[in-house]
Design a protein around this ligand. Structure first.
Ligand code: ATP
Ligand code: MG
Length: 436
């Protein structure tokens, strides 16, 4: 086996190999997924980012035939060979190599079997994430995540939104929550941003329609299957819009994403064994008050004004399967910047987008008058002084605006049928996990 591993360029990916290349010389490189011996033939299954190819080594090439014995699982190899059309092979073609180089080796046994034949629990999978991700049903989740972001950008840009980036190191809480991570910032204390909220609102007074896809940091105390300490949010803010408008926008975006994934990722959905149905518009809409009444009928202990508990959401998810909105929430339970209803200030122009039991997004019409915003801060026991940097922009011509924040990781959960949000993040961060 040649030991010059410096030139490892390739001519093709495995997905390019097919019967139409019959007789052509190709160069492939990737990982050894498996090695099988069948009488006088040895088979290597070579994996790369696009899939798998069968490498067939007959005894008639004794040098390479013997060299195959030096290979191990997950070794990185480079090979040159001739494509041969053959119906029995999975791609309708195989490759007969005339040279194989070992580019790098891997230990044996590996801490996790990437073929997935041996079951491992989620912690072991995450501890050995690189190996874990080599399984097709794991790779699939991240191809779908990639396509989701792609589809979101494409959609929002087509609606004349402009993509922005707001700071993730901040001086004070954007919403006054206790879930901030403090960091040491030179001689001062600073925080990691829990949301782009205030900055995107400010930017609506410049660019009118803005969006951001970025991480948010939240010190979530509880351990659940839908909370992370580092999450990705898709944030949207649109001037001269109200919550009706941005609910419609969100609905259209969700349908666009579901369609895009169904079209582009059929292989990935198949390997996940997940059937995706495209939601119908308009999504069902229930007021918060109706949801509470229904929960009370189901004998869930909950009073008007209280937050809906995980248990109550699970109950809802039993009858409400797909996407739906819960709107007109009690003002007291929503952040200070949400606009109370004109006729009934007890409730506010707010909504959550749900997918079964899972909250995907929250949004609403924002307060755009400085006086009212200052009042609301006080009512929520927040100090307007620490919001001076924000409040002053309301003196400079702030338009009415509305928007939402959509959890990207949770959206990917619904698109892939994952039960745990950690499966949809390369390296999840939660209360217990800070490595790898
Ligand atoms: P929840 O009630 O589920 O904790 P939230 O109402 O506190 O969520 P929002 O502030 O409304 O969250 O954030 C907007 C969206 O971001 C949520 O609808 C959700 O999809 C996502 N999100 C919020 N917190 C987390 C988290 N800790 N991990 C993952 N996604 C999150
Ligand atoms: Mg919310």
């Amino acid at each position: 086996m040649a030991d010059d591993a410096y030139d490892t360029r390739k001519t093709h990916f495995t997905s390019d190999i097919g019967p139409e290349l019959d007789g052509e010389v190709v160069v492939l490189a990737g990982w050894v997924e498996s090695i099988r011996k069948l009488g006088g033939i040895k088979f290597i299954i070579l994996r790369d980012k696009e899939g798998r190819s069968q490498i067939t080594v007959p005894k008639s090439n004794p040098k390479i035939f013997d060299e195959v014995d030096n290979l191990g699982k997950e070794y990185v190899i480079w090979l040159r060979g001739t494509v041969r059309k053959i119906e029995k092979a999975p791609q309708g073609a195989e490759i007969i190599p005339d040279e194989i180089k070992i580019v790098n080796t891997a230990i044996s046994p590996l801490p996790l079997d990437p073929s997935g034949k041996v079951d491992a629990n989620l912690d072991t999978q995450l501890d050995n994430r690189v190996l874990d991700l080599r399984r097709p049903e794991k790779t699939a989740i991240f191809v779908i995540r990639h396509e989701t972001v792609n589809a979101i950008r494409e959609f929002l840009i087509s609606k004349r939104f402009i993509e922005i980036n707001t700071p993730k190191i901040i001086a004070a809480s954007s919403e006054g929550g206790a879930d901030l991570f403090p960091i040491s910032y030179y001689e001062k204390e600073a925080f990691l941003s829990q949301s782009a909220q205030l900055y995107k609102e400010q930017m609506s007074s410049v660019f009118e329609k803005v969006f951001e896809i970025a991480p948010c940091f939240r010190a979530e105390v509880s351990r659940t299957v839908r909370h992370l300490s580092e999450l990705y949010a898709v944030d949207v803010e649109a001037a001269f819009n109200n919550y009706e408008d941005v609910m419609k926008l969100l609905e259209a975006l969700i349908c666009h994403v579901f369609k895009h994934i169904k079209e582009k990722c059929s292989e990935e959905l198949k390997s996940l064994n997940h059937k995706l149905s495209i939601p119908k518009t308009p999504f069902p809409r229930y007021t918060y008050t109706d949801i509470i009444k229904n929960l009370q009928k189901e004998e869930v202990k909950i009073n008007w004004g209280e937050d809906i508990t995980t248990q109550a959401y699970r109950k809802l998810g039993e009858s409400l399967k797909g996407t739906y909105f819960i709107f007109d929430w009690p003002t007291a339970g929503k952040p200070f910047y949400i606009l109370p209803h004109k006729d009934n200030p007890q409730i506010c122009e707010s909504f959550d987008l749900m997918y079964g039991w899972l909250e995907l997004a929250s949004g609403g019409t924002r307060i755009y008058k400085k006086d009212m915003l200052t009042e609301r801060l006080k009512e929520q026991k927040l100090n307007p002084e620490s919001f001076t940097f924000h409040l002053k922009t309301f003196d400079w011509g702030m338009p009415p605006h509305a928007g939402w924040g959509l959890g990207l990781d949770r959206l990917v959960m619904s698109l892939t049928g994952s039960e745990n949000i950690r499966e949809c993040v390369l390296y999840p961060r939660d209360r217990d996990r800070l490595t790898p």
